[in-house]
Ligand binder design. Structure first.
Ligand SMILES: Nc1nc2c(ncn2[C@@H]2O[C@H](COP(=O)(O)OP(=O)(O)OP(=O)(O)O)[C@@H](O)[C@H]2O)c(=O)[nH]1
Ligand SMILES: [Mg+2]
Length: 161
């Protein structure tokens, strides 16, 4: 029997922690980055792979910078689900809203990850309040806390469809 595959694309503002999340989920993941004033930034995409609930999950991380809209569009083709990473120390910003609106129009299953919850100034409850009715999982891509459980919960909703 052919193994079922799931393509999940990771979106979010510049610096939210998309690449770090994929790194935490798949330590062997690959990342195409360039130097910027704020450290390495994704200019093409991140790619990771892992097994979740008997599914081969393919993770594609997008660049957060606005000018890479065309890359996000290419990576979005054929996706089964989308994750929006939000920096829980800065909250839901204009870029996050823009991505959210686009993905809602697209009609793809969606979950949010409130990232950087290892930091004392992270406020995941504020992120959740700003996104009524949406799945919001608090995580830390840095120390890996809750990343697998959050992805597992999202994949469960995709499989149940
Ligand atoms: N404290 C803390 N820092 C984090 C966490 N996740 C990411 N960071 C830091 O945030 C910065 C950005 O992380 P990236 O994973 O590169 O973010 P990105 O969303 O891929 O960024 P772009 O590709 O440029 O849009 C880096 O300095 C990371 O070390 C986290 O869970 N906790
Ligand atoms: Mg990145």
């Amino acid at each position: 029997m052919a193994e079922e595959r799931l393509k999940i694309v990771i979106f979010g503002s510049f610096n939210a922690g998309k690449s770090s999340l994929i790194q935490a989920l798949d330590p062997r993941s690959r990342h195409v980055e360039a130097a910027s004033d704020e450290g390495p930034t994704t200019v093409a995409f991140d790619f990771g792979r892992l097994q979740v609930r008997d599914r081969a999950v393919y993770l594609f991380g997008t660049p957060g910078q606005e000018r890479f809209e065309f890359v996000r569009q290419i990576l979005s083709r054929g996706m089964d689900g989308a994750i929006i990473v939000v920096d829980a120390t800065t909250g839901v910003d204009a870029m996050t809203r823009h991505l959210y609106n686009q993905l809602k129009d697209f009609g793809v299953p969606l979950a949010f990850m409130a990232n950087k919850c290892d930091r004392p100034d992270a406020v995941p409850e504020a992120v959740r309040r700003e996104l009524p009715g949406e799945m919001v999982h608090p995580i830390s891509a840095r120390n890996g806390e809750n990343v697998h459980a959050a992805l597992d919960a999202f994949v469960a909703t995709l499989v149940a469809r």
